[in-house]
Design a protein around this ligand. Sequence first.
Ligand code: GDP
Ligand code: ZN
Length: 309
Amino acid sequence: MSMKGIIVRSTGSWYEIAGDDGKVYKGRLKGKFKIKDLRVTNPIAVGDVVGYEHENENEETVAISEILLRKNYIIRQSVHKSAHGHLIASNLDQSVLVVTLAMPRTSYGFVDRFLVSNETFRIPAVLVFNKIDIYDKESLVYQEAFSSIYSKLGYTCINTSTITGEGIEELRTILKGKTSLISGHSGVGKSSLVNLLIPGLNLATTEISDFANKGVHTTTFAERFTVEENTYLIDTPGIKELGVFEVGEGELSHYFPEMRAILNECKFNNCRHVNEPKCAVIEKVKSGEIAVSRYESYLSILLGTDNRK
Ligand code: GDP
Ligand code: ZN
């Protein structure tokens, strides 16, 4: 008899499944798996709903026999095989990106690529500006300008500090009742944030490496954690760079909400918004209604130049 469950952890060779019966199983893939039209380096993602069968008398290990249709997923270009994608997570209610504008500074390009990968399925995105406690006056002005670009586009932006506790309750409210992906460059404080949200989890943070032998979690693989009933966080290893995967030239502007809104105003319906006459996008960049940084990210993804880090 086939049972159903959700993948809560993936190591690449085996998976942890939260079964409908409330138990957690260790699962392996049974037979050959080929997901139609999706070239990926990993066939199963955290968040996938799967069917599984008990293989033998061993109660804890099961064979995964099917993957149910995904509501959505986040995929990035594989670092090793550029023609392949790497599934980050699936079946999300929202996606949270932890950003810092100092130590380390997250670039516009990184944020915009992240947002594009969410927009392909219209997954609501939240930007969390962490380490707000270390910004001086000047950096705060920069941070406000940075976040206002995104709040104007409809993305939720909040400021947090794991040191002062600013914004943590607001973040908790945003997460409540949802399954959220949480990602970011390593060093932005993602593990520190998750640890505040889930007391007792003790994810390893960068400076307390001597804790490593005390059974502290290290996130090398995506994993779903329970914040409270019906509230889940899918934590991903720190991402170094984000390659947009399989977004066609004609599609890309649809994943920039400010461009999507005005696409029928361009003179040519196949306008690439690069140098075409009477292009509504270029006009709005000139008038300041579209942020130059957003347009630069668009061009960089379209033309394959590098601003992915
Ligand atoms: P991760 O790599 O994104 O998981 O980042 P960590 O949680 O390991 O944090 C990286 C470093 O940033 C550590 O030294 C943390 O103590 C520090 N850090 C995390 N959050 C904050 C914050 O809000 N303010 C400041 N000043 N430092 C922070
Ligand atoms: Zn145009």
